[in-house]
Design a protein around this ligand. Structure first.
Ligand SMILES: Cc1cc2nc3c(=O)[nH]c(=O)nc-3n(C[C@H](O)[C@H](O)[C@H](O)COP(=O)(O)OP(=O)(O)OC[C@H]3O[C@@H](n4cnc5c(N)ncnc54)[C@H](O)[C@@H]3O)c2cc1C
Length: 447
């Protein structure tokens, strides 16, 4: 019998699960409920539209009508789901026409996360932005076009902060980065982050670590930092993190995990089997430590959508956890990591060792060979790989993909030296840097 499926949130996870369900099943009624005005847009492309690499705004959007027609899904934008009545299998939503109810057989939650925007004394919201939605993107873009700012402060040296630095720089805006922690990019270890910090300095980006924004003055253009100094900035980007949108789930008494995100089983069902959840809002089991992890990345959301669509259609494929593999472009530097870093392994009390290698991306005599840094974190007893980090200018994505695959396949550092990765001078050396790293790490275990 055809089911009625309601999906809350129509972007990374929501739009994908709608499309996946429709591919598997032509009968079910699918209704996508999205609080904002856009569905299925590419959040990941937004910084590049601001910077001008993507010139056409429409390139990162997907029209609601096109989506609806292609996947035979009813799409309702400007529709915010405000409550779930689990006993009657009914949601309440608020749209331009007021509050309404809608029943469901299956409810899927993909409300994502929200950017943290602290309220800081003296802040002028007309020149202080976060970047999480299309209206955020449009506001930054319009501000730059109208005001032609010359300087910017970016608060937070994570993914969004660093991508914004590259893209503001592309607009001729001088950037200063402030981060309250000891390093940028806390997904990687301090020694690898140092390479990134030195690179930023070479690019004339002032990096202030161990410092925070205390307050603004001069109509939000003068930033007073905790260390006592001031920074002049025509605009400020707050990139200080995100929080999963769990209110609906909490109010409906769905189980919440230790990370504060919605707990799901391996089929992405919440503690109520009629309600699934996916994307930035869920806590899944970390395959390496067995603990819960909340990771906000597009790849896992897409895989989770596939798992839900299959489960709903009688094919019980399990979601096997998120390794957190990520990659970032920062001008011509690429930074990637997978699995755990030293801090998280220590937090979980895992006994581990590390090996690091500074190498070249390909044969030294062939044009384009450039510095490449790789780090592997591995189990001290068996050599099983627990994490990997790569920084460099060329060939980073390839080495990262090898390390991510190695972790998933439960390979050891001994296997890294034994991998055949393909060699020709423009791509590698007869012993790929991954092989050499494997030898280095293995020798630590053999001692
Ligand atoms: C600037 C930026 C760059 C990124 N770059 C990358 C990248 O390069 N690589 C990568 O892997 N990931 C990247 N991400 C993360 C990636 O976009 C997310 O992990 C992914 O979109 C998660 O999908 P989601 O469905 O959980 O959340 P989202 O895609 O954020 O969708 C959630 C939607 O739910 C809606 N919603 C919330 N509450 C309600 C409600 N009550 N009723 C109705 N609708 C609601 C929201 O309006 C929102 O549109 C980036 C994110 C941002 C913001």
């Amino acid at each position: 019998m055809a089911k009625k499926i309601l999906i809350v949130g129509g972007v990374g996870g929501g739009a994908t699960v709608a499309a996946q369900i429709r591919r598997a099943n032509k009968e079910d009624e699918i209704i996508l409920l999205e609080k904002g005005g856009h569905v299925s847009f590419s959040n990941c492309g937004m910084p590049y539209y601001i910077g001008g690499t993507i010139e056409n705004r429409d390139a990162i959007l997907y029209s609601k009508e096109k989506f609806s027609e292609k996947f035979q899904v009813e799409v309702r934008t400007f529709t915010e789901v405000t409550a779930i009545d689990r006993s009657n299998k009914e949601i309440t939503y608020c749209s331009k026409t007021g509050n309404h109810q809608e029943t469901y057989n299956t409810l899927i939650l993909s409300p994502g996360a929200s950017a943290v925007m602290p309220s800081i004394k003296g802040m002028n919201r007309e020149r202080t932005f976060s970047l999480h939605t299309i209206p955020d993107m449009d506001a930054i873009h319009a501000y730059i076009e109208t005001n032609q700012p010359k300087s910017a402060a970016v608060i937070g040296g994570g993914f969004v902060g660093l991508e914004m630095i590259e893209n503001l720089h592309a607009k001729g805006i001088t950037c200063k980065l402030i981060d309250r922690s000891e390093q940028v990019m806390n997904v990687i270890d301090a020694d690898m982050a140092r390479i990134v910090q030195e690179y930023l300095t070479k690019k004339n980006i002032e990096v202030r670590l161990n410092d925070g924004l205390h307050h603004f003055s001069n109509d939000g253009k003068l930033l007073h930092v905790n260390s006592g100094g001031t920074i002049q900035a025509d605009l400020t980007i707050m990139a200080v993190g995100i929080r999963p949108n769990t209110k609906l789930a909490v109010d409906a008494s769905l189980e919440i995990g230790k990370t504060g995100a919605i707990l799901v089983n391996t089929f992405m069902q919440t503690s109520d089997p009629s309600i699934y959840a996916l994307g930035d809002v869920v806590e899944t089991k970390d395959p390496i430590t067995g603990h819960g992890r909340n990771i906000a990345l597009a790849g896992p959301a897409h895989r989770q959508a596939f798992v839900i669509a299959n489960h709903l259609n009688g094919k019980p494929i399990t979601y096997n956890g998120t390794y957190g593999t990520n990659i970032l472009k920062l001008f011509d530097l690429t930074i990637g990591s997978t699995g755990h870093n030293s801090d998280s392994l220590e937090a979980y009390g895992k006994s581990y060792d590390v090996a690091t290698l500074q190498s070249l991306s390909n044969a030294s005599y062939y044009p384009g060979a450039d510095k490449l840094w790789i780090k592997v974190l591995f189990d001290k007893q068996h050599g099983t790989i627990l994490g990997g980090q790569v920084v460099g200018h060329a060939g980073v994505d390839k080495r990262l993909a090898v390390l991510a695959t190695a972790i998933k396949g439960k390979l050891t550092v001994f296997d890294l030296s034994d991998l055949e990765l393909g060699y020709a001078p423009p791509y590698s050396s007869p012993k790929d840097p991954i092989n050499i790293l494997g030898y280095k790490a293995s020798s630590k275990l053999e001692q």
